[in-house]
Design a protein around this ligand. Structure first.
Ligand SMILES: [Zn+2]
Length: 259
């Protein structure tokens, strides 16, 4: 017996739509995922069930805000990614009790999740497989696209994660932002195509003579990105890093040239 309950939480840190979905997996004994903020609804839910384990899909600020509080309130076992424990402690001010890696089963008794490493949006990003579908964090969204920006983002790993998930043919995806995704294959294909199209535009911009990030960003977007300029430039920089890894452009962080 397993169930997935979603609680939409308003978060103050920059995030798509200003909200993050926390999930509780399991009926009586449960796993709490992405407690981004405190809310009375989530208070009631965790008080109602026995939350035995808590973890996050990744440690971006809009996913971890109330982890310490709910860990204390429930006395649950706190899990962190085995390769990113320091990052977890920095983000949550909480010492993990246990660590997970690819394939780890986090079992609450009558429900649980299996961890899959799905980096790309962030280096410590994971997806969580349940009987009813996959909790995908910021790997996928029903509409629009996911931020993969230089710094935390890695375009090659993000594409590999999307393809890995698509290959598993999940029935449903439960994202950290926005509604449940009922058509995983279409959505994952859309996100892959979107990323490859942006890559094509970035490469074309460099080929067309754009050299600096500013100019390449202008070349890579048709729409006006003034309001999200830093996000757009971060995205383009992540693509330039990937194209440089693949030997398709030369990029030193300042200036790009065709390879
Ligand atoms: Zn994130």
């Amino acid at each position: 017996m397993e169930s997935i309950t979603r609680v939409s939480l308003p978060v103050e840190t920059r995030t798509p739509g200003g909200k993050t979905n926390a999930y509780v997996v399991g009926e009586r004994r449960a796993v709490l995922i992405d407690p981004a903020a405190r809310s009375t609804e989530l208070d009631r839910l965790v008080d109602d069930r026995s939350v035995t384990n808590v973890l996050v899909t990744h440690t971006h600020p809009d996913h971890v805000g109330a982890l310490a509080e709910y860990a204390a309130r429930t006395d649950a076992t706190v899990w962190a990614h085995s390769s990113h424990c320091d990052r977890f402690v920095r983000a949550t001010s909480t010492e993990p009790d246990r660590v997970f890696e690819d394939g780890t089963r986090v079992d609450a008794g009558d429900g649980g999740v299996t961890v899959l490493e799905m980096p790309g949006h962030a280096p410590d990003h994971v997806a969580l497989v349940t009987e009813d579908g996959v909790l995908v964090g910021d790997l996928a969204v029903a509409t629009g696209s996911v931020a993969v920006t230089a710094g935390d983002g890695h375009v090659g790993k993000y594409l590999a994660s999307l393809r890995r998930l698509r290959g598993m043919a999940p029935e449903k995806l439960f994202p950290a932002h926005g509604p449940v995704i009922d058509d995983p294959e279409e959505t994952l294909t859309r996100l892959i195509d979107h990323r490859l199209e942006r890559e094509r535009r970035v490469r074309e911009g460099v080929r067309g003579g754009a050299r600096e990030l500013d100019a390449i960003t202008d070349a890579a977007y048709d729409k006006d990105v003034t309001a999200v300029r830093d996000l757009a430039e971060g995205t383009v920089a992540a693509h330039l890093e990937q194209l440089a890894r693949e030997g398709k452009v030369i990029w030193d962080g300042e200036c790009a040239e065709p390879a």
